[in-house]
Design a protein around this ligand. Structure first.
Ligand SMILES: [Zn+2]
Length: 459
């Protein structure tokens, strides 16, 4: 008998029953066994454990349904027999493990657990260590496999500062309607001080909606709903979105969602110490660029040291000699998976095009010249610009915006724009808070090498 709780092999007969789908496992089919205490051994005579068999995919479906504390396969070392499998089957198991880890790392629950740990830690250095450790391990122990950009965005709600048009009183009012709870009672509870706690308690007591028992919310889903929430101002629309959120939440999830809305996670950690867990220079870099996405991307691609402001400062300190201090490949980047890079951080970084891999640290020089020589600066940092394709010189403008660190939005994400370019005069923007500007605003900003006032360029 093996010490491990899980064994993978091929069914020797067609007589084993899958404990998840309740079908017999075909002879020679890939199966995973989980050993469980032998409940026949009532007198503790030391009988061997029982093995429950599962189709490989069914095993992981069961993990999804299990409690967070239950034993799971998180890395290949957790399963006995991997070495005896055919190559393709080994790949199948590895893929199942990796998918499960990505899923766990992107779960809202895991984010909540991280916040709880940060909240319990008193020292700033300790908080940095917790974030760093979280990124280095992740669910599977080999690094955070989730979306680092999103995680950082959620950990720094006061810095990212998404505006929700919702005061504590608005929240209590809306949730009292959703929960079917007496508004006065909720307002009285709010006087205790913490709106997130009021919402949690009343959610648990609600007679109209029942909190989920097990957390299923993902960071992406929470982000989508919160982004939508930030784009609406009418009570009816806020009610609809919050109702949608409530239906996906445990009471603890909802409490944390409310904390995100009110920009206070209760973890008492400044951006400096959170970002410090991502990379020792991440906070400095963030101060320079004010662009979280960019900083995370640079950490993941090991190009943080190429950031102009950051590099100069270092060169000065180190008597003109540029040391590649931030080149620690394991620091914070261990969680970077290609898919994440592609999915979340789609923005092209011109600064990175000058990267030359093979060079040694001491000779490595960062070509910080963008692909177009003019304009060179980060004029549009933080700007999410909706630029209609019909705009005159669209391609040229688009390139400038990207080169100057701006983000181009398409029709699908227009609602999150900070600026909407209109060459046709005044337009309706609906609930969006975007500033409507003429194409001249872009040209003037580029020419002046700084963001022109949107007021000057109203259509
Ligand atoms: Zn099955």
């Amino acid at each position: 008998m093996t010490e491990l709780a899980f064994t993978v092999n091929y069914a020797i007969s067609a007589r084993s029953l899958c404990r998840h789908c309740r079908k017999y496992i075909d002879k020679k089919a890939l199966r995973i066994g989980q050993s469980v205490p032998n409940y026949y051994d009532e007198d503790n005579r030391g009988w061997d454990d029982l093995t429950y068999w599962y189709h490989a995919t069914c095993m992981f479906k069961k993990f999804d349904e299990d409690k967070p504390r239950d034993k799971k396969i998180k890395c290949p070392d957790d399963v006995f027999g991997m070495g005896y499998l055919k190559k393709d089957d080994r790949k199948t198991i590895l893929k199942l493990i990796s998918d499960a880890n990505v899923k766990a790392d992107n779960s809202f629950r895991q984010f909540r657990c991280l916040c709880a740990k940060l909240s319990d830690e008193d020292t700033s250095a300790g908080k940095t260590a917790i974030v760093s450790d979280f990124l280095k391990t992740g669910n599977g122990g080999t690094g955070f496999k989730g979306d680092v950009c999103l995680l950082m965005k959620f950990l720094l709600p006061d810095v990212v500062n998404i505006v929700y048009n919702l005061t504590d009183k608005d929240l209590v009012k809306l949730f009292s309607q959703i929960f079917g709870t007496n508004l006065k009672a909720m307002e009285e509870d709010l006087e205790q001080g913490d709106v997130s706690e009021t919402v949690r308690v009343c959610f648990d007591k609600s007679k109209t909606v029942t909190p989920l028992k097990k957390s299923v919310l993902t960071l992406q889903e929470a982000d989508d709903l919160l982004t939508s929430l930030s784009c609406v101002a009418k009570e009816g629309e806020q009610y609809k979105l919050l109702t949608k959120l409530v239906a996906r939440c445990t009471s603890n999830d909802l409490m944390m969602v409310v904390r995100l809305i009110t920009h206070d996670l209760g973890i008492n950690a400044k951006a400096k110490y959170i970002l410090g867990g991502l990379h020792p220079d991440a906070y400095k870099a963030f101060q320079v660029s004010q662009n979280l996405k960019d900083v995370v991307e640079r950490v993941q691609s090991n190009t943080l040291h190429c950031m102009p402001g950051l590099k100069e400062e270092k060169t000065d300190k180190k008597t003109g000699h540029h040391h590649n201090k931030s080149d620690d490949p394991k620091q914070g980047t261990s969680g970077s998976s290609d898919s994440m890079n592609a999915d979340v951080c789609k923005k092209t970084l011109v600064k990175r095009t000058g990267e030359d891999e093979g060079q040694t640290a001491s000779t490595k020089k960062c070509k910080t010249e963008p692909s177009v020589s003019f304009p060179p600066s980060k004029i549009f940092t933080g700007c999410k610009i909706f630029l209609p394709v019909a705009t005159d010189k669209f391609k040229e403008l688009k390139q400038y915006i990207i080169d100057c660190d701006g983000e181009i939005l398409d029709e699908t994400s227009k609602g999150t724009a900070t600026h909407i370019v209109s060459s046709k005069g005044k337009i309706r923007t609906g609930v969006s808070k975007a500033k409507v500007v003429t194409p001249d605003w872009l040209w003037q900003s580029i020419k002046r090498k700084q963001l022109a006032s949107a007021k000057e360029f109203k259509p």
